[in-house]
Structures are given as structure tokens and as C-alpha cells.
Write a protein that binds this ligand. Structure first.
Ligand SMILES: *[C@@H]1O[C@H](CO)[C@@H](O)[C@H](O)[C@H]1NC(C)=O
Ligand SMILES: *[C@@H]1O[C@H](CO)[C@@H](O)[C@H](O)[C@H]1NC(C)=O
Ligand SMILES: *[C@@H]1O[C@H](CO)[C@@H](O)[C@H](O)[C@H]1NC(C)=O
Length: 575
């Protein structure tokens, strides 16, 4: 029987408004510190990533997809907002390059708009599982002014900070202790406090103050010295925490179980969402130190705990993809997989490969730091086996999601990303970006230029890193710095054809140089003119945790553990 057309029309309008039947769902997988050379479909033949590779086979592989920074905090800000971190102060001047403490007032400014917020405004159910790393509190512990719930996520289960070296219970010198050591060496707090104490006693001796004041001042002076020390040497307890929405549910967390627990949360979220459109971000700790995958994965790969952690993440991606399939959601779900920055080559672990690209994590101008292993699948719009080799950016996700939702872009802000649906769907063949700026902290290190004609993408390096000889890393410092004596200011800038020389071995000096550099210099001038002065969120003061911002469960013990039953998951098994 043929249904009358008006019936079909009514049914679909009703569905469209109440359930959004035709609006796609979104799943974003974001890995941590995963290099482009760590993934099978990008050429790694010794790590097994079959589930990630399947996304490439069923959708598009983006071979020149760029992060806006080579460290987590700024890179993830740009991904969510579609804007360069420098536009809203998510940059610093020197170390640290990202947030290293939970109890600091910095974070993604509330004036920023994220793409999950766009989706939420369109009736999507949204969730963030895993790492956030964009701040938590502003004025007091529990105000949650930078919490994911203020940036479009209905549900949050995961790490407000990150999984740092501190989170490994067996590590002897933690990041916090290292910072404490540096801080105490530079600030000489013991000498300062002794001086203060002698001064207090002197005041008493000359009868300027009473014993009560001596006592109060001494306690104050002592806390000034003791608190930072206590906080920095207890990084595991204070920073390695898991929250569910607004509540701390595990402190300190057990790294090993995080990925299976997040996977379970993802399965639940998908099962509960099947009747309405949803946006899910699964943001893995893998493969950031501490490398502690679940027991089932240890010793499985050929690359130590690092490879095991990659394979654990691949298993989890497989479970999420299989759940979409089981619920009949594959066809109309936009799936995106990426990493926040390149492999951290200086850590000394058994992995972190940036393939043929030079440099890695921390080096915002180097290809290895910013060229991300990225895949997109959406069977309804993207042909299987698509390869996009043109320059695209993680900032493109914001306007791409806006386009898919049919929502206009915010008019009061510069959006640096571009809609890449035409490129993914085959309607366009050239990058929507003619220029992309590559920052290391607040410093512009390199610029990419894609002329509208021809096939070549150029990259000019204004600044280069002073790599240890024979390497593309700064091993003695553990991470390259962005300015000062650790870098070289190239005058004239080095120019590469990254289309034909992606490993950047042969700088160009022929007659094309002045033409290309002319365009690039003009673009830089224009870009710099578009920047406004913003308060910097990342800086030296981030090293010092503030007691009034420290969250704690089971006060005053700051100790709690989530009881999870993982038995419904076939951990490590094929899905
Ligand atoms: C973490 O969880 C695993 C699996 O339940 C357990 O074997 C291990 O002892 C736990 N580690 C810590 C430090 O509690
Ligand atoms: C595969 O990944 C491992 C771990 O990062 C790395 O050691 C190895 O060199 C990679 N292989 C290739 C071909 O890139
Ligand atoms: C660009 O590349 C395509 C395929 O890689 C080639 O067919 C075409 O001739 C090239 N065009 C130019 C202007 O070099």
C-alpha cells in the first residue's frame, strides 16, 4: 500500500521535531599523546589497531589534519571552540605548557562557545567521558566554573585534570616532586621563612606585637612553606581524581581500570540515547604517562606498556563501534577519531612514533607535534576509503558540526576553523584554509599556506627547536621549549613544500621563495592584527595548588574509591 504523501510528511515533521530522526549522532574519540606513527592505518605494522583502522576503511582518513597546539590544554581548547588558543588566553609564556595542577583558578574562559554547546542547544544529549584538562574551579573548591557542564556536556565521567606521571603509585620522583624541587631551589622558601620568623621574634622582642600575633604570624608563615610542599609531593592524591558530574568519586584513581570503566559508561550512554540524537566525546588517558593499561592488555603488544595502552584504547574504540552497530546507529553517526598532540618522544617509554614527521609533543611548529592520526566515518555522507590529504584542522570540527546542525556560527567571535564536510563528502578537493598558523605557547612558530591553484602546501618555519644532535627532540629538557635560548629564530624563515617533502628535509630557496613568503608575511600581519590582548591562563603560578580550590572526597581523608562491576565487558576480547 502506498501511503499518502501528507502522511509521510506529517510523520517526518513529527519525528524530526520530537526525536530528530534525521539528525546525525556524533561520537568523538580523542587520544592523548598518540603519534601519527602509532596507528596501523597510518603505517604502523607492529601495533595492532584493527578497530581504529576499520573507521578509516569505512570512512575517511585525513593525512594532514592539524592540532592547533602540541600540548593538551591549548590543543583541546581549540578543538572544542574552533579558535586559536591565543584568542582567549589558553597559552603561556614559558613552562608549564599545560595545566599541571587541579587546584588552580585557570581554565577555559566562560565567554568561549564549544561545539557540544551548539549540539545541546539543538536538543542533543551530550556527554564527556574521560579527560577534560581545561580547568575546574575559579574562586573556591566546588564552584566548578570551568567544569565540562558549563561547556555543553550534560554528563561528565572522568578526569578533570589528566593522567600524569604522578598517578603511577610506583613512580619514585613524581612531576609534583620535581616541580617542588625546582621551586624550592629557586625560591629558597626555607630561608625566606626563617627570615620571616626571626623578624616576627624581633617584633616581639621590641614589643611591637603580642604573643598571640607571634603565634598567628608563625602559623601563617609556616603554611606558606609547608602547604606547597605537601601539595606538590602528594600529586597522586590531589590531582589524580575521577568525577561523576559534580562529585569526586575516586581519589586517587586507579589508572588501570579507567579505560574499561569509561568504555562501560560509553555503552550505557549509547543504550540510553538510542531514541534521541546524541553527542558523545570519549577522551582517553591512553597513551599519556603513567602507562598502566588494564591487566588483560599488559604484555600483549610488541611495544611494552606503551603498545599495550594503544591496543587497550583500540579495544575500547571497538566496543563503542560495536555498540553503535548493535543499536542500528552506525549509518547516521558521525564518528571522529584523533589525538590531541604528537607522541612525546622524550619520555623514554617504549613508544610514541610520529612516523616520518620531525619533532613531537610540545613542539607546536613541528609536523610531528601537530599532524594527528585522524579518521572520520559517516556512512550516509562519506564514501568508504576516502583519503583527504589536504590541510585540515581540529578547529574545523566546530564549524563542521554547526553546518551539520544547520546552525549559524557565532557572529561575535572569529572562528578559525572551516567546514570540512565538502572535503569529506567529495564536493571539494582543495583545503578550505589558505593559511594555518602553528603556535608554540604564545609564540607563532610556523605558517602553512595552501595557494588556491596547484597542488602544493607550503610551510614556513620562523622558529626552529634546538634538537639534540641526531634527534628531533630535546631530551635533556624532556620537552622542547618555545622561546629563548632553546630555539633558533630563523632569519630568513625556512620554507618547505610539505606536499612533496613531508619530512621537511629540503628547504626551498628558488625563485618561488620570495613569492610564497610575500603571501605568508602578509597573512601573518593580518592575523596578528586580529588578535586581542587576553589574560593568560597558563603560567608559572599554575604550578602552585591553592588550598581553597582543592577538592576532596571523604573529607578530611581525601580518599575514596568507585566500586565498579566490569563483568559485562569482555575486556581484551574481540568485539
Ligand atoms: C587497580 O585495579 C586493579 C584491577 O582491579 C588491581 O589489580 C590493582 O591492584 C589496582 N591498583 C591499585 C593501585 O589499587
Ligand atoms: C609503531 O609504533 C611503535 C610504538 O610507538 C614504534 O616504536 C614503532 O617504531 C612504530 N612503527 C612504525 C613503522 O612507525
Ligand atoms: C595535482 O595532483 C593531481 C593528482 O595528484 C594531478 O592529477 C594534477 O595534475 C595535479 N595538478 C597540478 C596543477 O599539479
Amino acid at each position: 500500500m502506498v501511503r499518502p504523501a501528507w502522511f509521510a510528511f506529517l510523520c517526518c515533521v513529527a519525528l524530526g521535531s520530537s526525536r530528530g530522526s534525521d539528525r546525525p549522532n556524533f561520537v568523538f574519540f580523542v587520544a592523548d599523546d598518540l603519534g601519527i606513527g602509532d596507528v596501523g592505518c597510518f603505517g604502523n605494522d607492529t601495533i595492532r589497531t584493527p578497530h581504529i583502522d576499520r573507521i578509516a576503511a569505512k570512512g575517511a582518513k585525513l593525512t594532514q589534519h592539524l592540532a592547533a597546539a602540541a600540548v593538551c590544554t591549548p590543543s583541546r581548547s581549540a578543538f572544542l571552540t574552533g579558535r586559536y588558543p591565543i584568542r582567549y588566553g589558553m597559552v603561556g609564556t614559558d613552562l608549564p605548557l599545560a595545566f599541571v595542577q587541579l587546584a588552580i583558578p585557570s581554565g577555559l574562559p566562560r565567554s568561549e562557545v564549544t561545539f557540544p554547546q551548539l549540539a545541546k542547544a539543538h536538543g542533543y544529549r551530550t556527554a564527556l567521558l574521560g579527560k577534560w584538562h581545561l580547568g575546574l574551579n575559579c574562586a573556591w573548591a566546588g564552584d566548578h566554573c570551568h567544569h565540562p557542564s558549563n561547556f555543553g556536556f550534560d554528563y561528565f565521567y572522568g578526569l578533570p585534570l589528566t593522567n600524569g606521571l604522578d598517578c603511577d603509585p610506583d613512580v619514585t620522583v613524581t612531576v609534583g616532586q620535581y616541580i617542588a624541587m625546582l621551586l624550592y631551589r629557586h625560591l629558597r622558601l626555607w630561608e625566606i621563612s626563617t627570615t620571616i620568623f626571626v623578624a616576627i621574634l624581633a617584633l616581639k622582642y621590641f614589643r611591637y606585637i603580642q604573643w598571640k600575633t607571634v603565634f598567628l604570624l608563625s602559623v601563617f608563615g609556616w603554611s606558606l612553606v609547608a602547604y606547597p610542599h605537601l601539595a606538590l609531593t602528594n600529586g597522586r592524591r590531589l590531582n589524580c581524581v575521577i568525577m561523576r558530574d559534580d562529585e569526586i568519586i575516586e581519589m586517587p584513581f586507579n589508572v588501570s581500570t579507567i579505560t574499561p570503566r569509561m568504555t562501560l559508561e560509553a555503552v550505557r550512554f549509547l543504550e540510553e540515547s538510542k531514541k534521541e540524537p546524541f553527542l558523545l566525546e570519549v577522551s582517553y588517558w591512553n597513551v599519556h604517562t603513567a602507562q598502566l593499561p588494564y591487566m588483560e592488555f599488559r604484555g600483549r603488544s610488541r611495544h611494552g606498556l606503551y603498545g599495550d595502552a594503544v591496543e587497550e584504547m583500540d579495544w575500547s574504540v571497538g566496543v563503542v563501534m560495536a555498540t553503535l552497530e548493535r543499536l542500528g546507529l552506525t549509518e547516521n553517526t558521525f564518528v571522529y577519531f584523533t589525538s590531541d598532540n604528537g607522541g612525546h618522544i622524550e619520555t623514554g617509554v617504549e613508544g610514541g612514533s610520529n612516523g616520518i614527521y620531525k619533532g613531537g609533543k610540545g613542539q607546536g611548529g613541528s609536523e610531528g607535534g601537530i599532524r594527528m592520526p585522524t579518521l572520520v566515518q559517516w556512512p550516509r555522507k562519506i564514501k568508504p576509503g576516502t583519503v583527504v590529504s589536504e590541510a585540515t584542522s581540529q578547529m574545523d570540527i566546530f564549524p563542521t558540526v554547526a553546518d551539520i546542525l544547520g546552525t549559524p556560527l557565532p557572529q561575535d567571535k572569529v572562528i578559525d576553523g572551516r567546514n570540512i564536510m565538502p572535503l569529506l563528502g567529495g564536493a571539494a578537493v582543495t583545503s578550505p584554509h589558505d593559511v594555518l598558523f602553528h603556535y608554540c605557547s604564545e609564540y607563532l612558530h610556523a605558517v602553512r599556506y595552501r595557494p588556491r591553484e596547484g597542488n602544493v602546501t607550503w610551510k614556513a618555519h620562523f622558529v626552529s627547536y634546538n634538537w639534540d644532535p641526531g634527534t628531533t627532540g630535546c631530551y635533556s629538557l624532556r620537552i622542547c621549549r618555545c622561546a629563548g635560548q632553546e630555539v633558533t629564530y630563523n632569519d630568513p624563515p625556512l620554507l618547505y613544500d610539505v606536499t612533496n617533502d613531508p619530512g621537511e628535509d629540503r628547504p626551498i630557496s628558488d625563485p618561488r621563495y620570495p613569492v610564497v613568503m610575500g603571501v605568508i608575511n602578509k597573512a601573518v600581519e593580518e592575523h596578528v592584527r586580529s588578535l586581542t590582548e587576553e589574560e593568560k591562563q597558563i603560567g608559572l603560578s599554575n604550578f602552585i595548588p591553592r588550598p581553597w580550590l582543592q577538592e576532596c572526597c571523604n573529607f578530611p581523608f581525601c580518599d575514596c574509591k568507585e566500586d565498579v562491576d566490569l563483568s559485562s565487558l569482555e575486556i581484551g576480547g574481540q568485539s
